[in-house]
Design a protein around this ligand. Sequence first.
Ligand code: HGY
Ligand code: MN
Ligand code: MN
Length: 414
Amino acid sequence: MGDNIAINGERLLANLQRFAEIGATPKGGVNRQALTDLDRQARRRLAELAAKRGFSVFQDEIANLFIRREGRNPALPPMLIGSHLDSQPLGGKFDGALGTLAAFEVLETLEDHGIETERPVEVVAFTNEEGCRFAPGCMGSMAFAAGELPASWQDLRAVDGASLADELAATLASLPEATMRPLGFPVFAYLEVHIEQGRLLESEALSIGIVTGIQGTRWLDVELTGQTAHAGTTLLKFRRDPMRVAVQALAGLYDHIMPSDERARFTVGRMSLKPGAVNAIPESVRLTIDIRHPETPALDAMEQIIRDSFARQAGEQDCQAIVTRIFDMPPAEFPSTMADTLSACADRLQLGSRRMLSGAFHDALFMNRIAPAAMIFVPCRDGLSHNELEHVEPDHSIAGCRLLAAAVLDLCAS
Ligand code: HGY
Ligand code: MN
Ligand code: MN
């Protein structure tokens, strides 16, 4: 049934453009970080579009936003489709927004065609998938899957100093018309459309990736402490310089980790020095490390090499090194039945597709813990993402949405 309902591609593209205006950056990207006024603006716009179509709007205590289209049997666990609306500081206009708006387009298409589903179909925009303002990432889907907020988030602060509690309160208050609902509920299945953020589909001229799993991710916080002192008068033998620890440890890690294993990923995304004076040896250096790998033992080995390197270099410079794991997402595998459904729909729609692993983490990783989940990737130009130049060909956005619509109808037919 799903193959012959046409989604409204023009409407999807127009919505993508409208949301791209919320937090637009000079080079054509977006800076719409989690739980900022711009994030609240995007949520409001989605809620307004939903209200116009008569869909009901809900939110929960971590500010996940839900748009519900009723089914014949409201008691059945809903089919959940969606992604996230928050972005990186120098993000692209498709990461997260495409999945959320493609899901909303499916709801509008069902409405346009007067299609009644047995079970409700809901769109979700999960809170703080990116994790760059408030760590960790995937806060909304993690809390939803767990059915609770970790106690450690009570006093959590953003990199810009904002309090999670205050920003959550402001976000919930910004949508008074949304009905509050408990955190977490039974879900029939979860599907997410997302850009690949890699080059595979583009290199094989395919419009669809059927994601069978997600590699593991860990985030480490590294704090190196020495002694601040005068830059001009302190001899080498009296220096306890944490920046030297950072540079020498990182040089070894860059030279070893990725060159020795093409599936390993090692990234230092943030670094700060205190006191940050041009003519004072730093007292402390703080940096983040993001490591990824499809296999947990390899992640363990990478983390150990990192810990050993900083301990060794700190010892040589009479400094202290504290390495703290702040985020740990083990690799996840989606049920093959979900991938089979997507493959069958893609074939019927004559969309070129292949199965693949995701190098990026996604909300689907946590949803997979409580319901059968899978993802639909579409290519993005040069595989570029977390970059303002992120671009998706209109036909690919439409193809991803068409496949989502067909898969929803296949899955909801049962
Ligand atoms: O970092 C990630 O993998 C995701 O794109 N936020
Ligand atoms: Mn994303
Ligand atoms: Mn992202």
